[in-house]
Design a protein around this ligand. Structure first.
Ligand SMILES: Cc1ncc(COP(=O)(O)O)c(C=O)c1O
Length: 467
């Protein structure tokens, strides 16, 4: 077959490139022209063809080189399949609440408050001071900075009946409550042990429990919390000695237990010699006033209390505390140490500076109204534009609205279709420890751009109507 001079030069150079190391310099155009008895235009065409195929790259004024990443072989990690073995069955579905979305998307999927709901000026000033202090160059004790431990213990408050308080040493500083959940589940329940958990419950708690190898025992809850008789049955049947719950502004429903319910739950736990793991993640995000933490009046060491400042201060300052007493405290501290060693003193000092400043209380006082406005705006928009999606409750606090979709709707498909139209939502499956009893969505009313809530509800309404 007749080969043009360009093709001849290309074929020759391809053979040369195949054996040359990546980055090798090609002969000059003049040398190539001379070697192949060709004109400069022919050589130029050959070089162009090789560049198009990604085999060479020219650096103007320097020369032409074999491409370093020329035709990379597809990665082959197949050996890992054998080494890793089968995937664990029953892994929770990740809700992708942290997923990145296309620019311009309305973001109701994430679990964080928008920057305008954070004490930004206080955090910036405190972080600057911490950076100039000794905290920038030292480590912290495993249990945390004593002053911050003291603050968390004092924040839990005084038992009005006995006047008892929690000691500073009982508060263990953690790098966000997600880390606390893993350590607490590991310490109190352990691999193969049973844990009663609300259904629905925070997806990160499900994930942490599953990673520890805990056997989850789902307990259905509504806005007012669990039925104590059902809790009694779940503990009896499973032999569980711990119950993970969010009595105040639960993620995702946003309700809170009344004092009666709290007492009844504790009575049941006492009968079974079981712990309550009280995750108080949204204490700073009350729209209605939050009930006192149950742990405040716990004289028996029955309640392991988890409190986070991540969302209240800034997602960049991941600091929280686990408050526990007795041997449980020692076990949890050991588990924390094994997982995280200690929490950055820079973050602890920043958090302490903010929460002990005068501006912190002023900031907290301003939040309920801002949250109420956003919650109501989103509820109104949904009622007008997506009336078939029903809020399970009007959230009394927290950051989210938990929506029940009409029977037959598929939450994951609704999320996919909404995202294609510019609205990011979280599908409800991930909040259920077992099969979801129906299709749900979680919407964050505290995220960015509340002025787009009507557009968001319009998209959801259109997707539901089409589906
Ligand atoms: C109920 C609950 N617990 C714990 C966490 C995790 O908190 P942190 O960000 O402090 O790790 C969250 C986060 O959304 C949550 O909703």
């Amino acid at each position: 077959m007749h080969q043009s001079s360009t093709e001849r030069i290309v074929a020759a150079l391809e053979r040369w490139i195949a054996t040359a190391p990546p980055g090798a310099r090609l002969p000059s155009s003049r040398a190539l022209a001379a070697a192949h008895g060709a004109g400069p235009v022919t050589v130029q065409r050959a070089m162009h063809a090789l560049t198009e195929r990604g085999l060479i790259e020219s650096r103007p004024g320097v020369g032409t080189f074999v491409r370093r990443s020329a035709a990379p072989a597809p990665a082959d990690y197949s050996w890992q399949t054998g080494a890793l073995g089968p995937a664990q069955p029953g892994d929770p579905v990740l809700p992708h609440t942290q997923r990145a979305v296309a620019p311009g998307t309305i973001e109701l999927h994430s679990g964080y408050p928008a920057p305008e709901l954070l004490p930004a000026a206080l955090v910036r000033a405190a972080a600057g001071r911490a950076a100039r202090s000794r905290s920038a160059l030292t480590r912290a004790p495993a249990a945390g900075l004593p002053e911050l431990q003291d603050w968390f213990a004092a924040e839990l408050g005084t038992d009005p009946a006995s006047g008892a308080t929690h000691a500073a040493r009982e508060a263990l500083i953690v790098p966000g409550s997600q880390a606390a959940l893993s350590s607490v589940f590991r310490s109190l329940v352990g691999r193969g042990g049973a844990l009663v958990i609300e259904s629905p419950s925070y997806w990160g708690a499900l994930l942490a429990a599953q990673q520890v190898g805990v056997r989850l025992v789902p307990l259905p809850v509504g806005a007012a919390g669990p039925d104590p008789a059902e809790l009694d049955r779940a503990l009896r049947e499973s032999g569980a000695r711990a119950f993970y719950a969010q009595p105040t502004f639960a993620n995702p429903i946003g309700g809170q237990w009344g004092p009666e319910r709290g007492r009844a739950v504790l009575d049941v736990l006492r009968t079974h010699g079981a712990f309550l793991i009280e995750d108080d993640w949204a204490r700073d995000f009350g729209i209605a006033p939050p009930a006192p933490p149950l742990a405040r009046a716990d004289a028996e060491g029955r309640i392991v209390y988890i409190r986070s400042l991540t969302k209240s201060l800034s997602p960049a300052i991941r600091v929280g505390a686990v408050i526990a007493r007795g041997p449980a405290r020692e076990r949890i501290l050991a588990a924390l140490l094994a997982e995280t060693m200690y929490v950055s003193p820079l973050l602890q000092a920043t958090a302490l500076d903010v929460v002990t400043s005068a501006g912190w209380r002023t900031h907290l006082r301003s939040l309920p109204e801002k949250l109420r406005e956003r919650r109501d705006a989103l509820l109104d928009a949904l009622a007008s534009h997506a009336p078939s999606a029903l809020p399970v409750a009007v959230p009394q606090g927290g950051l989210n609205i938990w929506l029940r979709l009409p029977d037959g709707a598929e939450a994951a498909a609704v999320v996919r279709d909404c995202e294609a139209r510019g609205l990011a939502l979280a599908a409800g499956e991930a909040w259920f420890p077992a099969e979801p009893p129906g299709p749900h969505l979680r919407l964050n009313f505290a995220g960015p751009e509340p002025e787009r809530f009507a557009d968001a509800a319009g998209i959801l309404g259109a997707v539901l109507a089409a589906g």
